[in-house]
Design a protein. Structure first.
Length: 85
């Protein structure tokens, strides 16, 4: 995998915007045949990255909700946990 495929977007929103751009390029005439494999590789990497971000977020939310339900979470813990992320 080349360096471009591993460049990490600053945010989930940025990754989705880049995926949208790649899709538009692939659907139109914006990508030369020589660049197509590289763009598809980048899109695949971005999809995997986004899935990882969503999974990590889902686990954090589930953990917080589980802690709230069991009474193990103090009010200050939610703020501290969100600042670590």
């Amino acid at each position: 995998m080349n360096d471009a495929a591993q460049e990490i977007p600053a945010s989930y929103r940025e990754a989705i915007a880049e995926l949208d751009k790649i899709l538009a390029e692939l659907e139109g005439d914006g990508v030369q045949v020589d660049e197509m494999a590289q763009r598809v590789e980048r899109a695949a990497w971005l999809i995997t990255h986004c899935q990882s971000v969503l999974s990590r977020t889902r686990n954090q939310v589930k953990g917080t909700l589980d802690s709230l339900e069991s009474g193990r979470l103090n009010p200050g813990q939610t703020e501290a946990a969100s600042q670590r992320s």
